[in-house]
Design a protein around this ligand. Structure first.
Ligand code: KIV
Ligand code: NA
Length: 265
């Protein structure tokens, strides 16, 4: 099996084949997605929310993210494994960002890193790219900046913020990023940015004009029951499937139906 590479993603954009991306945080899920044909598995810092139960992505640590990314890497043969650098590890000095990036690459087996932000962190991105590490940008609703935004609403609806996003997207391409995630921005702006860039854009809540799509796997499978933003398509209801199975198991144990004669030694 041939691994999905950054140049493969660029080729997909060139021939107008959309890129599929989902998150995973553990080995078992990564294996299923990989064998089902996903192009990129994002080890998102959304692990802070859906895996660890935090309200924001701010608390997750580099060690936590390395643990998740290493587990996902062990579960994939074909998909590119893209790992988020967590809040606080890359917004300061170039040296600290570089060291965090190198640690993630060495210790997790991930193939690429994602960092939130544009011109503010462009020197840090350049240093990481110069070290030979593929970097994916992330613009629009960047959840590590949630306390700056105040809520999880749509970004870049006003022209000033839209213009800043266009500038940031070009700067990321210029800095050598291989792709950019566009989160929760108007579809028209996302399409315009996607057409203006040579590198692929991956949208979440950014419409059909992006070069690919990403969703948090727990949301897409219906595990995060009450999270129903407009952009989310729920492909199954795994919460109810697990709930029903659990209730049956509990009932079988209580009624002494499980284990039966064939299920013991
Ligand atoms: O952490 C994450 O899941 C993400 C995606 C939503 C893009 O960054
Ligand atoms: Na993230």
């Amino acid at each position: 099996i041939k691994r999905v590479t950054t140049s493969a993603l660029r080729d997909m954009k060139a021939r107008n084949e959309k890129i599929s991306m989902l998150t995973s945080y553990d080995y078992s899920m990564a294996r299923v997605l990989d064998e089902a044909g996903i192009d990129v598995i994002l080890v998102g810092d959304s692990a802070a929310n859906v895996f660890a139960g935090f309200e924001t992505t701010l608390p997750i640590t580099l060690d936590n993210m390395i643990y998740h990314a290493a587990a996902v890497s062990r579960g994939t043969k074909r998909a590119m494994v893209l790992a988020d650098l967590p809040f606080g590890e890359y917004q300061g000095s170039v040296e600290k960002a570089y060291e965090a990036a190198v640690r993630m690459m060495k210790e997790s087996g991930a193939h690429a890193l994602k960092l939130e932000g544009g011109v503010e962190i462009i020197d840090n991105i350049k240093k990481i790219v110069q070290a030979g590490i593929p970097v994916c940008g992330h613009l629009g609703l960047t959840p590590q900046s949630i306390y700056k935004f105040g809520d999880f609403g749509v970004r870049a609806k006003e022209e000033a913020e839209a213009e800043k996003l266009r500038t940031d997207a070009l700067a990321l391409q210029e800095a050598g990023c291989f792709a950019v995630v566009l989160e929760k921005i108007p579809a028209k702006l996302a399409e315009e940015v996607s057409q203006s860039l040579e590198i692929p854009t991956i949208g979440i809540g950014a419409g059909n004009g992006c070069d690919g799509q990403v969703l948090v796997v727990n949301d897409m499978l219906g595990m995060t029951k009450d999270f129903k933003p407009k952009f989310l398509r729920q492909y199954t209801n795994i919460y109810d499937i697990i709930s029903t199975a659990t209730a049956e198991y509990v009932a079988d144990v209580k009624s002494k139906n499980y284990p039966n004669e064939n299920e013991q030694y």
